[in-house]
Write a protein that binds this ligand. Structure first.
Ligand code: PCA
Length: 218
């Protein structure tokens, strides 16, 4: 399988008092898997505004992937959330794992205000729900480290590797985490791993996103 083209799949270390991060657990499940003729290469990222994006860029340069999907925990969300927009803003409610807590900073000076995901978000959404994995399209990846990594990903690809597609998917707590958070939703590891596998396969096999009505009214 050494010669197969690669997909880079990233997850994060635990943060915010959690002992595990579902994204890292999914990474372990899918590491080395072959999906649609591609091999899944994992990279674990620190939950740090500085080191997280840096580790992502290093992984991209090392792996030379055709597709990059970054995954993070969104505790409290009820569904697999396919993120659509990365914004150029750091505004941390809690300190990151290095103790940094930027407030109202641009992530990258002189970069655009926002980037869209280049994943086929509508196709992934449809495919997940068809296969029994509850999913939604999200218009905000927040303003913490996940958004910072997502923004760094899209800026790097736009500047250096415009032919590579990339995006971000947030996932709910695992059941063992939700036990400690009354009222919080959770999703089993098997369902999350199946969902991420479907997302990777759909992204690889859908060159142009589906034109399905979606969005939200306010
Ligand atoms: N979730 C956090 C950072 C790391 C993670 O898994 C976030 O949503 O920003």
């Amino acid at each position: 399988m050494a010669g197969l083209p690669r997909v880079l799949l990233t997850g994060f270390e635990p943060f915010g008092g959690e002992a595990i991060n579902p994204a890292l657990e999914v990474l372990h499940e899918l590491s080395g898997e072959r999906i649609a003729g591609h091999r899944v290469e994992p990279a674990a990222l620190p939950v740090c505004f500085e080191a997280g994006p840096r580790a992502l860029i290093e992984a991209i340069e090392r792996v030379n992937p055709r597709l990059v999907i970054c995954v993070g925990q969104a505790g409290g969300r009820t569904r697999v959330s396919i993120e659509r927009v990365a914004i150029n803003l750091a505004d941390a409610r809690i300190a990151d794992n290095a103790g940094a807590q930027p407030i109202d900073h641009a992530l990258i000076e002189a970069a655009p205000v926002a980037y869209f995901s280049s994943l086929p978000v509508k196709a992934i959404h449809a495919s997940l729900n068809q296969h029994g994995v509850p999913a939604e399209i999200s218009l905000s990846a927040g303003t913490f480290v996940c958004n910072a990594v997502f923004f760094a990903l899209m800026h790097h690809l736009a500047q250096r590797r415009p032919q590579v597609r990339g995006g971000f998917i947030h996932i709910p707590y695992l059941p063992e985490q939700a036990c400690r958070h009354a009222g919080a939703a959770s999703m089993a590891l098997g369902t999350l791993s199946k969902g991420l596998g479907i997302a990777i396969g759909t992204a690889l096999e859908t060159p142009t996103d589906l034109r399905i009505a979606g969005g939200v009214e306010c």
